[in-house]
Design a protein around this ligand. Sequence first.
Ligand code: PLP
Length: 281
Amino acid sequence: MNKMLYNQTIMDRSRLIDIEDRGYQFGDGVYEVIGVYDGDFFLLDDHLRRLKRSAEAIQMMLPCPIDTLKDNLKQLVTMNQLKEGVVYLQISRGVAERWHQYPSNVSPVLVAYTKVEETMKEEAKNGAKAIITEDIRWLRCDIKTLNLLPNVMAKQKAVENNAVEAILHREGIITEASASNVFIVKDNCVMTHPANHFILNGITRMKILELCYETGIPVRECAFTIDDLRMADEVFISATKLDIVPIVFVNDHKIGTGDPGEITREIINCFAAAIQDLSER
Ligand code: PLP
């Protein structure tokens, strides 16, 4: 049986969730999904830095120092012999009598487990369809909290329309997608929404920006509209373990030539090389 991590104790998957766990009752907690490639974490430090930032944003303590957490996560991947997949890690504020305000003297509850997951190879090669829907989330999308119902609803709408993702807009401005960041390419320039309160600043997104700067691909963090997206030469999405997927149809509208574009392919290759570097270390 796969092992999971529960407040630093590695245990079997049999622990019960307390009915008064605040993560369960209020979504009062934060999480991370960290990619594992060929048995190694990718961008682990960046994920843990974001976890700490999310916890601080909701005035929640972490149950242990980041370095201890890092060691335990590595141990978990080794014990479960995970080669390709993700580690899901969540920390709730803890267990307390049900009142909305933050309780005092509460201990955060950490749970982590491994999940086998492949990248979307077929879609990465041929491109995929997305739909557009309204972004009905709150105004702190930069915090990776457990409250995901609007994201769940948007993704469900995508699936019902045979699409891989739901791209979200606020009053006509594209923010991100239900579980990924969105990029467009216009006249050889890559564009993505600025990292403010309207989006989750994806770890994959940040890596893509870094790779663009390193390889000299022009890139801008700027707001763009639904029309800009429809008229873009290329569109792609990014997230942990999904990596990068070209979007060739938005609703029933073809993007560019209807095939993954040259710049998207170049970024996909750079990203694959960064993962490869990891296994050669
Ligand atoms: N935006 C949202 C809303 C997400 O849920 C995710 C990932 O789950 C992302 C963006 C991509 O973030 P990352 O690249 O860190 O996985």
